[in-house]
Design a protein. Structure first.
Length: 365
């Protein structure tokens, strides 16, 4: 079947499940959607809360792919594609989680999920989103690839198939989704006991083990402190195998294999020039939970843990030298260290983002 292959970068779970996903009981599965009236969110860089876009995308082997994309200001996204009336087989549903970033004055969006192949969207002047091809170019078709903003965020609750690194220790259960590097607490309801029992049999308590699950995200009380957070609810466990690989764990290994040298730095509104005398570097010690390096003038250290592929930083300690021309670079760089951000490695480049914005690039020192 060809129904989803053209849209795999956007509906990334298609690459895991093919065109034979979950069917609804009555052949008319839908998300909990709201009115599809357009909301003119023209600047995705300034989202103050979750925002959703919905549209029916052309499909070769079904009536249409009802596509929903929900963006969050912290740089995460949820998406869903429902293949409507797939040749009498009922609706077929694909869901996805991952990270998004924007570029080109927030007129372009990239979605990165389980497959590692980025999906690309254009932000049109009317606030709608338009799907692009895998090269980021307009799709050459007379049919519509537009997604319109909704009045309120769409709640996506259909299960998806997740591949993640599961860890259990001291009554805390965590899952790092291997494609996006997002880390979630795991709710201990539904089929969780089967997952925990299989994990304990591996003899790797406190260490990550790759599992394959059918699961969904749900709003649950936060493990630490007050408030609520998205948690993984296990619908069923497919497989657990300590020998399976996980891209997010490899990213952690790459980060620890530094040191890394800063080559690009973004300020609040424009790039910051890095003068020749400002040699800013960092290295992460996984065992000590610490970042060390040079801010461009002064040596520094800071507490740091990597949760999935998100670095959680802390207050920096540094020497007190003054270097002409380097201090603005150092101030900005050390503010990133203390606040943290999402990290990804592309070949020999380490990219640091905060929310949906890439803020720094490093190369291996």
């Amino acid at each position: 079947m060809r129904c989803a292959l053209s849209y795999a970068p956007l509906l990334l779970m298609t690459m895991l499940t093919g065109c034979g996903g979950r069917e609804s009981g009555n052949g008319a599965a839908t998300s909990q959607t709201t009115s599809s009236a357009v909301v003119p969110i023209r600047n995705v860089a300034s989202l103050e809360g979750a925002a959703s876009w919905v549209g029916d995308i052309p499909c070769a082997d079904c009536d249409a792919i009802r596509t929903t994309v929900t963006l969050y200001p912290d740089g995460t996204f949820l998406s869903e594609g429902i293949n409507l009336e797939t040749k009498g087989a009922g609706d077929t549903i694909f869901t996805e989680i991952g990270r998004w970033t924007h570029a080109e004055a927030a007129t372009r969006i990239q979605l990165r999920g389980a497959s590692g192949v980025p999906g690309r969207l254009a932000v049109d002047p009317d606030g709608s989103l338009r799907m692009l091809d895998m090269d980021g170019e307009p799709i050459n078709s007379k049919r519509s690839y537009q997604l319109s903003g909704t009045v309120a965020p769409v709640l996506i609750t259909h299960p998806t198939r997740l591949v993640g690194a599961f860890t259990y220790m001291a009554d805390a259960a965590l899952l790092v989704e291997c494609g996006s590097g997002l880390q979630f607490p795991v709710d201990m309801s539904a089929d969780y006991p089967a997952l925990e029992a299989a994990y304990l049999k591996t003899g790797k308590v406190g260490r990550p083990v790759v599992v394959r699950l059918k699961a969904h995200l749900a709003d649950r009380p936060a493990i630490e402190g007050h408030g609520r957070t998205l948690s993984v609810v296990v619908d069923s466990m497919d497989r657990i195998n300590p020998g399976d690989g996980c891209a997010a764990l490899r990213t952690q290994d790459d980060i620890a294999a530094g040191p890394w040298r800063l080559v690009a730095l973004q300020g609040d509104s424009a790039p910051i020039n890095i003068p020749a005398n400002a040699k800013a570097t960092l290295a992460w010690s996984r065992s000590e939970g610490q970042l060390v390096g040079n801010g461009g003038c002064n040596r520094f250290s800071a507490p740091a843990v990597v949760r999935g592929t998100t670095l959680v930083g802390g207050a920096t300690t540094r020497t007190e030298m003054f270097c002409t021309g380097a201090m603005s670079v150092e101030a900005r760089f050390l503010s990133l260290v203390s606040t943290g951000g999402a990290l990804r490695v592309q070949e020999d480049t380490l990219i640091w983002s905060q929310g949906p914005r890439d803020v720094a690039r490093f190369v291996r020192e």
